[in-house]
Design a protein around this ligand. Structure first.
Ligand SMILES: Nc1ncnc2c1ncn2[C@@H]1O[C@H](COP(=O)(O)OP(=O)(O)OP(=O)(O)O)[C@@H](O)[C@H]1O
Length: 276
Protein backbone atom coordinates (compact mmCIF):
# COMPACT_ATOMS: atom_id res chain seq x y z
CA UNK A 1 0.00 0.00 0.00
CA UNK A 2 1.21 3.47 -0.82
CA UNK A 3 2.32 5.66 2.10
CA UNK A 4 3.17 8.79 0.16
CA UNK A 5 1.86 9.92 -3.21
CA UNK A 6 3.49 12.83 -5.02
CA UNK A 7 1.59 14.16 -8.03
CA UNK A 8 2.97 16.67 -10.47
CA UNK A 9 5.28 18.36 -7.96
CA UNK A 10 7.03 21.52 -9.12
CA UNK A 11 9.30 23.82 -7.14
CA UNK A 12 10.30 27.16 -8.62
CA UNK A 13 12.49 30.07 -7.61
CA UNK A 14 12.67 33.59 -9.04
CA UNK A 15 15.78 34.37 -11.07
CA UNK A 16 16.74 37.50 -13.03
CA UNK A 17 15.33 35.69 -16.10
CA UNK A 18 11.99 34.88 -14.40
CA UNK A 19 10.78 31.91 -12.39
CA UNK A 20 12.70 28.71 -12.95
CA UNK A 21 11.42 25.25 -12.06
CA UNK A 22 14.12 23.37 -10.16
CA UNK A 23 11.65 20.50 -9.74
CA UNK A 24 9.39 20.09 -12.73
CA UNK A 25 6.28 17.87 -12.75
CA UNK A 26 7.61 15.06 -10.56
CA UNK A 27 5.20 12.21 -9.69
CA UNK A 28 5.86 9.02 -7.73
CA UNK A 29 4.53 6.82 -4.97
CA UNK A 30 6.32 5.16 -2.11
CA UNK A 31 5.02 2.43 0.16
CA UNK A 32 6.78 0.36 2.81
CA UNK A 33 9.79 -0.05 0.57
CA UNK A 34 13.12 1.59 -0.17
CA UNK A 35 12.95 4.18 -2.94
CA UNK A 36 16.18 5.78 -4.13
CA UNK A 37 16.20 9.23 -5.76
CA UNK A 38 19.40 9.65 -7.71
CA UNK A 39 20.83 12.33 -9.99
CA UNK A 40 23.72 14.74 -10.34
CA UNK A 41 24.19 17.80 -8.16
CA UNK A 42 21.45 20.35 -8.85
CA UNK A 43 19.02 17.84 -10.35
CA UNK A 44 16.36 18.71 -7.75
CA UNK A 45 16.62 15.71 -5.41
CA UNK A 46 16.89 17.65 -2.14
CA UNK A 47 14.21 20.15 -3.18
CA UNK A 48 11.86 17.20 -3.79
CA UNK A 49 12.52 15.86 -0.28
CA UNK A 50 12.13 19.29 1.29
CA UNK A 51 8.93 20.03 -0.65
CA UNK A 52 7.33 16.82 0.68
CA UNK A 53 7.88 18.11 4.22
CA UNK A 54 6.79 21.64 3.24
CA UNK A 55 10.23 23.01 4.08
CA UNK A 56 10.51 25.30 1.03
CA UNK A 57 10.21 28.93 2.10
CA UNK A 58 9.21 31.91 -0.09
CA UNK A 59 10.28 33.08 -2.59
CA UNK A 60 10.39 29.37 -3.43
CA UNK A 61 7.00 28.19 -4.68
CA UNK A 62 5.63 24.64 -4.57
CA UNK A 63 2.86 23.29 -6.80
CA UNK A 64 1.35 19.83 -7.02
CA UNK A 65 -0.33 17.46 -4.62
CA UNK A 66 1.20 15.31 -1.94
CA UNK A 67 -0.76 12.87 0.17
CA UNK A 68 0.49 10.85 3.11
CA UNK A 69 -1.69 7.85 3.99
CA UNK A 70 -4.50 9.53 2.06
CA UNK A 71 -4.12 12.87 3.87
CA UNK A 72 -3.50 15.91 1.67
CA UNK A 73 -0.31 17.46 3.11
CA UNK A 74 -1.03 20.77 1.36
CA UNK A 75 -4.30 21.14 3.29
CA UNK A 76 -2.69 20.84 6.74
CA UNK A 77 -2.09 23.85 8.98
CA UNK A 78 1.52 24.65 9.87
CA UNK A 79 0.88 23.18 13.34
CA UNK A 80 -0.46 19.91 11.88
CA UNK A 81 2.46 19.81 9.46
CA UNK A 82 4.89 20.13 12.39
CA UNK A 83 3.25 17.04 13.88
CA UNK A 84 3.71 15.16 10.61
CA UNK A 85 7.38 16.19 10.54
CA UNK A 86 7.83 15.33 14.20
CA UNK A 87 6.17 11.97 14.20
CA UNK A 88 5.14 10.45 10.88
CA UNK A 89 7.72 11.43 8.28
CA UNK A 90 11.28 11.94 9.55
CA UNK A 91 14.23 13.36 7.70
CA UNK A 92 17.93 12.84 8.30
CA UNK A 93 20.45 15.18 6.78
CA UNK A 94 24.10 15.16 5.79
CA UNK A 95 25.98 16.22 8.90
CA UNK A 96 24.14 15.15 12.03
CA UNK A 97 26.31 17.07 14.44
CA UNK A 98 24.71 20.36 13.39
CA UNK A 99 21.24 18.98 14.20
CA UNK A 100 22.14 18.04 17.77
CA UNK A 101 21.99 20.51 20.64
CA UNK A 102 25.62 21.43 21.42
CA UNK A 103 25.04 22.17 25.11
CA UNK A 104 23.08 19.04 26.07
CA UNK A 105 24.55 15.58 26.47
CA UNK A 106 23.43 12.91 24.03
CA UNK A 107 21.60 11.10 26.85
CA UNK A 108 19.72 14.23 27.94
CA UNK A 109 18.59 14.89 24.35
CA UNK A 110 17.35 11.35 23.83
CA UNK A 111 15.62 11.44 27.24
CA UNK A 112 13.91 14.71 26.35
CA UNK A 113 12.70 13.29 23.03
CA UNK A 114 11.43 10.13 24.76
CA UNK A 115 9.51 12.15 27.35
CA UNK A 116 7.94 14.29 24.61
CA UNK A 117 6.43 11.20 23.03
CA UNK A 118 5.47 9.02 25.95
CA UNK A 119 4.85 9.08 29.68
CA UNK A 120 8.02 7.60 31.06
CA UNK A 121 8.66 7.04 34.78
CA UNK A 122 11.89 8.79 35.80
CA UNK A 123 13.53 5.54 36.90
CA UNK A 124 13.10 4.02 33.44
CA UNK A 125 14.62 6.89 31.47
CA UNK A 126 18.26 5.81 31.72
CA UNK A 127 17.49 2.25 30.60
CA UNK A 128 15.41 3.48 27.67
CA UNK A 129 18.19 5.85 26.56
CA UNK A 130 20.56 2.88 26.67
CA UNK A 131 18.10 0.74 24.65
CA UNK A 132 17.87 3.44 21.96
CA UNK A 133 21.65 3.74 21.68
CA UNK A 134 22.09 -0.03 21.61
CA UNK A 135 19.46 -0.31 18.87
CA UNK A 136 21.57 1.92 16.63
CA UNK A 137 24.63 -0.20 17.47
CA UNK A 138 26.51 2.30 19.61
CA UNK A 139 29.14 0.52 21.69
CA UNK A 140 29.36 1.53 25.34
CA UNK A 141 26.03 3.42 25.34
CA UNK A 142 26.37 4.71 28.92
CA UNK A 143 29.61 6.49 28.06
CA UNK A 144 28.20 7.92 24.81
CA UNK A 145 25.09 9.14 26.66
CA UNK A 146 27.37 11.41 28.71
CA UNK A 147 29.05 12.92 25.61
CA UNK A 148 28.30 16.20 23.81
CA UNK A 149 27.79 16.52 20.05
CA UNK A 150 31.32 17.87 19.41
CA UNK A 151 32.82 14.76 21.05
CA UNK A 152 31.10 12.38 18.61
CA UNK A 153 32.60 11.09 15.37
CA UNK A 154 30.44 11.68 12.28
CA UNK A 155 29.29 8.06 12.27
CA UNK A 156 28.35 8.14 15.95
CA UNK A 157 26.53 11.45 15.47
CA UNK A 158 24.50 9.99 12.61
CA UNK A 159 23.60 6.94 14.74
CA UNK A 160 22.47 9.22 17.58
CA UNK A 161 20.34 11.25 15.14
CA UNK A 162 18.82 8.05 13.77
CA UNK A 163 17.96 6.94 17.34
CA UNK A 164 16.26 10.30 18.02
CA UNK A 165 14.42 10.19 14.71
CA UNK A 166 13.02 6.74 15.54
CA UNK A 167 11.52 7.72 18.90
CA UNK A 168 8.14 8.83 17.47
CA UNK A 169 8.08 5.68 15.29
CA UNK A 170 7.79 7.41 11.90
CA UNK A 171 6.21 5.55 9.01
CA UNK A 172 8.50 7.10 6.40
CA UNK A 173 12.14 8.19 6.55
CA UNK A 174 13.64 10.66 4.07
CA UNK A 175 17.43 10.34 4.20
CA UNK A 176 19.14 13.09 2.18
CA UNK A 177 22.75 12.08 1.49
CA UNK A 178 22.88 10.61 5.01
CA UNK A 179 26.46 9.41 4.69
CA UNK A 180 28.14 11.95 2.42
CA UNK A 181 29.71 13.80 5.38
CA UNK A 182 31.07 10.56 6.87
CA UNK A 183 34.35 8.75 6.42
CA UNK A 184 34.17 6.22 3.61
CA UNK A 185 34.95 3.50 6.15
CA UNK A 186 31.72 4.08 8.14
CA UNK A 187 29.34 4.98 5.30
CA UNK A 188 28.42 1.34 4.64
CA UNK A 189 27.80 0.67 8.35
CA UNK A 190 25.38 3.58 8.68
CA UNK A 191 23.52 2.61 5.50
CA UNK A 192 23.32 -1.00 6.67
CA UNK A 193 21.84 0.27 9.94
CA UNK A 194 19.21 2.36 8.12
CA UNK A 195 18.46 -0.67 5.96
CA UNK A 196 17.92 -2.89 9.02
CA UNK A 197 15.68 -0.32 10.70
CA UNK A 198 13.52 0.04 7.59
CA UNK A 199 12.79 -3.67 7.84
CA UNK A 200 11.81 -3.31 11.51
CA UNK A 201 13.71 -3.74 14.79
CA UNK A 202 12.98 -3.87 18.52
CA UNK A 203 12.53 -0.10 18.73
CA UNK A 204 10.36 0.21 15.58
CA UNK A 205 8.81 -3.24 15.09
CA UNK A 206 6.57 -2.13 12.22
CA UNK A 207 9.42 -0.90 10.04
CA UNK A 208 8.97 2.07 7.71
CA UNK A 209 9.32 3.27 4.13
CA UNK A 210 12.55 4.92 3.00
CA UNK A 211 13.37 7.61 0.46
CA UNK A 212 17.14 7.61 0.06
CA UNK A 213 18.42 10.70 -1.77
CA UNK A 214 21.91 10.40 -3.20
CA UNK A 215 24.09 11.28 -6.17
CA UNK A 216 25.73 7.85 -5.83
CA UNK A 217 24.04 5.41 -8.21
CA UNK A 218 25.80 2.20 -7.04
CA UNK A 219 24.94 3.05 -3.44
CA UNK A 220 21.27 3.61 -4.25
CA UNK A 221 21.16 0.46 -6.37
CA UNK A 222 22.57 -1.52 -3.45
CA UNK A 223 20.24 -0.24 -0.73
CA UNK A 224 16.98 0.42 -2.57
CA UNK A 225 14.19 -1.64 -4.12
CA UNK A 226 13.20 0.99 -6.66
CA UNK A 227 15.08 3.86 -8.27
CA UNK A 228 13.93 7.20 -9.59
CA UNK A 229 16.48 9.01 -11.72
CA UNK A 230 16.26 12.82 -11.83
CA UNK A 231 17.83 15.21 -14.31
CA UNK A 232 17.22 18.98 -14.45
CA UNK A 233 14.25 18.75 -12.11
CA UNK A 234 12.49 15.94 -13.98
CA UNK A 235 12.14 12.22 -13.45
CA UNK A 236 13.78 10.62 -16.47
CA UNK A 237 13.61 6.99 -15.39
CA UNK A 238 11.87 4.83 -12.77
CA UNK A 239 12.84 1.20 -12.41
CA UNK A 240 13.36 -1.65 -10.00
CA UNK A 241 16.94 -1.62 -8.72
CA UNK A 242 17.47 -5.13 -10.09
CA UNK A 243 16.54 -3.89 -13.58
CA UNK A 244 18.88 -0.91 -13.53
CA UNK A 245 21.20 -2.53 -16.08
CA UNK A 246 18.25 -2.48 -18.54
CA UNK A 247 17.71 1.29 -18.12
CA UNK A 248 17.06 2.97 -21.45
CA UNK A 249 17.24 6.72 -20.86
CA UNK A 250 20.52 8.20 -22.16
CA UNK A 251 21.03 10.13 -18.90
CA UNK A 252 20.73 6.95 -16.80
CA UNK A 253 23.01 5.12 -19.24
CA UNK A 254 25.52 7.95 -18.79
CA UNK A 255 25.39 7.60 -15.00
CA UNK A 256 25.84 3.85 -15.36
CA UNK A 257 28.78 4.29 -17.71
CA UNK A 258 30.49 6.43 -15.07
CA UNK A 259 30.19 3.74 -12.39
CA UNK A 260 33.29 1.65 -13.19
CA UNK A 261 35.33 4.85 -13.15
CA UNK A 262 33.98 5.61 -9.70
CA UNK A 263 35.03 2.18 -8.49
CA UNK A 264 38.51 2.64 -9.90
CA UNK A 265 38.71 5.94 -8.07
CA UNK A 266 37.61 4.34 -4.82
CA UNK A 267 40.14 1.55 -5.19
CA UNK A 268 42.84 4.18 -5.31
CA UNK A 269 41.72 5.80 -2.05
CA UNK A 270 43.69 4.91 1.07
CA UNK A 271 41.77 2.78 3.55
CA UNK A 272 40.81 5.02 6.46
CA UNK A 273 40.74 3.96 10.07
CA UNK A 274 37.35 3.16 11.53
CA UNK A 275 36.06 5.89 13.80
CA UNK A 276 33.02 4.12 15.21
N1 LIG B 1 16.85 29.48 -2.88
C1 LIG B 1 17.09 29.14 -4.12
N2 LIG B 1 16.96 30.01 -5.14
C2 LIG B 1 17.20 29.64 -6.41
N3 LIG B 1 17.58 28.39 -6.78
C3 LIG B 1 17.73 27.48 -5.81
C4 LIG B 1 17.50 27.79 -4.45
N4 LIG B 1 17.73 26.66 -3.72
C5 LIG B 1 18.12 25.73 -4.61
N5 LIG B 1 18.11 26.20 -5.85
C6 LIG B 1 18.48 25.47 -7.07
O1 LIG B 1 17.66 24.34 -7.18
C7 LIG B 1 18.34 23.34 -7.92
C8 LIG B 1 18.07 22.00 -7.27
O2 LIG B 1 18.71 21.98 -6.01
P1 LIG B 1 18.75 20.66 -5.12
O3 LIG B 1 19.40 21.03 -3.83
O4 LIG B 1 17.42 20.02 -5.07
O5 LIG B 1 19.73 19.74 -5.96
P2 LIG B 1 20.27 18.31 -5.62
O6 LIG B 1 19.93 17.43 -6.77
O7 LIG B 1 19.81 17.87 -4.28
O8 LIG B 1 21.82 18.56 -5.63
P3 LIG B 1 22.89 18.43 -4.47
O9 LIG B 1 23.20 16.97 -4.42
O10 LIG B 1 24.02 19.27 -4.93
O11 LIG B 1 22.22 18.97 -3.21
C9 LIG B 1 19.80 23.73 -7.96
O12 LIG B 1 20.12 24.13 -9.27
C10 LIG B 1 19.88 24.89 -7.00
O13 LIG B 1 20.83 25.82 -7.44
Amino acid sequence: MSLLTVENLSVSFPTPKGRVNVVDGVSFEVGQERLGIVGESGSGKSMTGRAILRLIRPPGRVEGRMTFKGQDLGALSERQMRQVRGARISMIMQDPRYSLNPVMTVGAQIAEALRTHERLPRREVKARVRDMLEAVKINDPDRVARMYAHELSGGMGQRVMIAMMLIPRPRLLIADEPTSALDVSVQGDVLALINDLVGGSTINPDGMGLILISHDLPLVARYCDRILVMNSGRVVETCDAKDLHKATHPYTRGLLAAVPKMHELRDELPVMERTT
